[in-house]
Design a protein around this ligand. Structure first.
Ligand code: NAD
Length: 475
């Protein structure tokens, strides 16, 4: 049932709970604090009517707030026909740990609308999104200070713009209205680099992994990303950008791309941009001329490769198929693609897993930058860019005078160039992904009880969250 909370041991939230419990047991946290951290603070379920093509349809949606130890609570909104309350709660919990891990000062939240967007026109989607927003605002689940959504599966800039505009009309006196949601179009208060931020973060995460020889050895991988064979599941926002950047900038070979209707593969490497354009144009890459198509998308996860990047849905690798996975490194770009039981099977096989709470944190990191931009009402770099250029020109001239030789035009412009907003966003994202990985790496290798990066990530996150409980107490 789509709108009932599941409670089985295999549910998404129980998988997250079991991973968190493992970290609690290592930290020796008292049961009360552990329970307070784990509990989902509040869940809103809404049912609202919308008149579509002359008939009234009732839609079901949720917004869960897992933690408010930092405000606002932050997390995407998903539009999907498979959404349910259990999934929303699990995703909200992951947001709490993710934000703590990468030092983004937010609590965790998540929302979903039970809908198949492909069944509705643009205008109908606008009506439905605005109506859902109204419910969230009225019930105190959307506000720049307390609860700030972002895009997730089935939503993007378009939906975020509708949400921001609806909030603005309901709260015209709120000077910070743009900060009520992130992932907006740039002309509506969004930030450059947010659309691709999660995929970009996946790239930075993998690059950082490859800077650690000890971790490469554990994964049985040779040094250097170039030439590595990579399979990506899901050619949506996250999967497309991650695959594109890795192929174009790091020279990896994307040997297979898996989608809902099958897999396209080519041992010599696929051109991601061409596959993506083909899929947009034809609705599927079935007939794509640059690779071989097979409808067996589930089996494709088991194909041999160096790096497997699940970037589509949760629970794709379970105890049913884990023993057949052949990748050396799994990079969890999606939320929860590996179940708790599968995680153990994979690790026993010697496969290294980079966990979702770290890997896909690029989205919320750049959302944090967007939120700050909205609250400060100014684009990053606007004040200092030309000043930096002026200083750069002076340094370049001094350098020429000191050396007695003229700089080439390209060297001069490299020295002179002031940072744009996109430069700053990328720098902040790269720094965040590197720091978080280094913390995980240190934690993993300094504690005998910690055997994997996921546990290291949860231990770091829970330590930070429990610190905040200890500092301010329970109110
Ligand atoms: P999306 O809707 O843009 O893309 C999902 C893709 O997966 C689509 O192309 C879809 O066709 C494909 N897909 C659906 N079922 C599939 C199947 N059975 N096998 C293979 N592919 C399938 O969503 P997204 O925003 O890219 O999100 C993907 C994952 O990343 C989700 O787990 C999401 O929670 C997570 N995530 C997204 C963001 C973000 O900024 N968008 C941030 C953090 C985490």
């Amino acid at each position: 049932m789509a709108n009932k909370k599941q409670s089985s041991a295999s549910s998404f939230s129980s998988n997250v709970d079991r991973m968190v419990d493992h970290a609690f047991s290592i930290l020796n946290l008292d049961a009360g604090t552990a329970q307070a951290i784990k509990a989902c603070d509040s869940v809103l379920q809404v049912k609202f009517p919308v008149k579509i093509r002359g008939e009234i349809q009732t839609f079901t949606g949720w917004r869960a707030v897992h933690s408010t130890h930092r405000l606002p609570a932050k997390g995407g909104i998903r539009f999907a026909a498979y959404s349910d309350q259990d999934e929303v709660e699990a995703l909200a919990a992951l947001m709490t740990y993710k934000c703590a891990l990468v030092d983004v000062p937010f609590g965790g939240s998540k929302g979903a609308l039970h809908i198949d967007p492909s069944q509705y026109s643009r205008d109908e989607m606008q009506l439905i999104t605005r109506r859902y927003t109204l419910e969230l605002v009225r019930k105190g689940f959307l506000n720049p200070a307390t609860n700030v959504p972002a895009p997730d599966v089935g939503t993007g800039q378009r939906e975020m713009a509708w949400i921001a505009d609806t909030y603005k009309h309901l709260n015209p006196e709120d000077i910070n209205y743009q900060a009520c949601v992130t992932g907006k179009p740039v002309q509506q208060g969004g930030i450059r680099g947010r659309v691709e931020a999660t995929g970009r973060g996946v790239q930075y995460a993998i690059r950082e992994f490859f800077r650690h020889p000890r971790d490469l050895t554990a994964a049985n991988l040779s040094a250097g990303l170039a030439g590595k064979r990579v399979i990506v599941q899901g050619l949506g926002n996250v999967g497309y950008h991650a695959a594109k950047f890795l192929q174009e900038e790091d020279d990896v070979k994307i040997t297979a791309i898996i989608e809902y209707d099958g897999v396209i593969s080519n041992e010599n490497g696929l051109n991601v941009e061409e596959v993506y354009r083909f899929k947009i144009e034809h609705g599927s890459f079935k007939e794509f001329p640059g690779g071989t198509f097979s409808p067996d998308n589930k089996g494709a996860l088991e194909m041999e490769c160096d790096i497997l990047i699940p970037a589509a849905l949760e629970r794709q690798i379970s105890k049913e198929n884990a023993s057949r996975i052949q990748a050396k490194l799994i990079v969890e770009a999606a939320n929860g693609p590996i179940t708790f039981d599968a995680d153990k099977i994979l690790r026993d096989k010697g496969i290294v897993i980079m966990p979702d709470v770290y890997v896909n944190a690029g989205g919320v990191t750049v959302s944090y930058f967007e939120w700050i931009r909205n609250l400060s009402h100014i684009r990053f770099g606007r004040m200092e860019r030309r000043y930096d250029e002026l200083r750069g020109n002076e340094y370049a001239t001094l350098l020429e005078e000191a050396t007695g030789s003229k700089l080439s035009a390209s060297t001069r412009s490299m020295i002179v160039r002031g940072a744009s907003e996109l430069d700053l966003v990328r720098s902040g994202l790269d720094d965040t992904m590197r720091n978080a990985y280094q913390e995980m790496h240190e934690t993993l290798h300094s504690n005998d009880k910690i055997a994997d990066l996921r546990t290291a990530a949860f231990v770091i996150a829970i330590r930070k969250i429990s610190r905040s409980y200890l500092d301010v107490g329970i109110y």
